[in-house]
Design a protein around this ligand. Structure first.
Ligand SMILES: [Zn+2]
Length: 259
């Protein structure tokens, strides 16, 4: 399903539940993630713009790069490039083709992608993966957040190489300071449907307040003030994890990460 969000931003939501975004500048366009279905996305991108298009990945989970083979230039944070072999093995059940290393480029924290009249700033929010970033679009006053704080339901931390709770909390605190100038921006998440809370209830779309609640949630879990409920989680090392909520924030983590 494709939805136009602004004059220059389109949202692409595929049947696997992954959400990607096309941002069109004056000199080039950027696709932010490209779904998990592996279906062709270039035909509809080409129906929107003739400009050169690059693929920017919020992180290296295969449900966000299913159609990467269609792009000549793919960008991923350096810390997730080194994590790729682990993810490719752990998530092989998804059946997504590995990223082609020949088209893959790395970026570091705060790298700026210039699209002409519009820039995307890669702002670190590590934890869900070692190289998770959000992309900040100052011209459109929005933030593309991938899975870094989840999409309104939970952030999934019981996956290989995810941070433990104290490191994630520290990462969130640094991020909250960093995004002070962008505090009122609209956020667009990596599985946007998860924000839905049913008929008549406003969606729990990620935002600065959700990230702040996530800090409080990590703190309460570390202090033992909240225990969370047991859930089964296929990517957790033991197959078991815990789910907990506080305010707008939710998390799934394994016992070994509660430190
Ligand atoms: Zn992910």
């Amino acid at each position: 399903m494709i939805t136009q969000l602004t004059d220059s931003i389109w949202r692409y939501h595929d049947e696997t539940g992954s959400t990607s975004y096309l941002v069109v500048g004056k000199t080039r366009a950027a696709m932010i993630d490209c779904g998990g279905a592996g279906k062709p996305v270039m035909p509809w991108i080409r129906s929107m713009t003739d400009l050169p298009v690059i693929l920017l990945l919020t992180h290296a989970h295969p449900d966000h790069y299913g159609s990467a083979a269609e792009f000549d230039e793919v960008w991923l944070h350096e810390d997730d490039i080194s994590a790729l072999p682990v993810f490719e093995e752990a998530f092989s059940v998804m059946g997504v083709k590995p990223l082609d290393r020949k088209t893959l480029h790395s970026f570091a924290d705060d790298h700026v992608f210039d699209l002409g009249g519009e820039t995307l700033i890669a702002c670190a929010l590590k934890g869900h993966t070692p190289g998770s970033v959000v992309f900040v679009d100052e011209a459109q006053r929005c933030i593309f957040s991938g899975d870094a704080v989840g999409s309104g339901d939970i952030v999934l931390m019981s996956v290989p190489l995810a941070y433990n709770l104290s490191d994630y909390m520290h990462s969130l605190e640094e991020f909250l300071e960093r995004i002070e100038p962008w505090a009122d921006y609209t956020w667009h998440a990596g599985h946007y449907h998860q924000a839905g809370r049913g008929e008549g209830v406003p969606p729990n779309t990620p935002c600065r307040a959700l990230a702040a609640d996530m800090v409080s949630l990590c703190g309460a879990l570390l202090a033992g003030e909240i225990q969370g409920e047991s859930v089964r989680e296929i990517f957790a090392p033991s197959g078991k994890a815990r789910r907990a909520r506080l305010g707008r924030a939710g998390i799934v983590f394994s016992d070994e990460q509660c430190k």
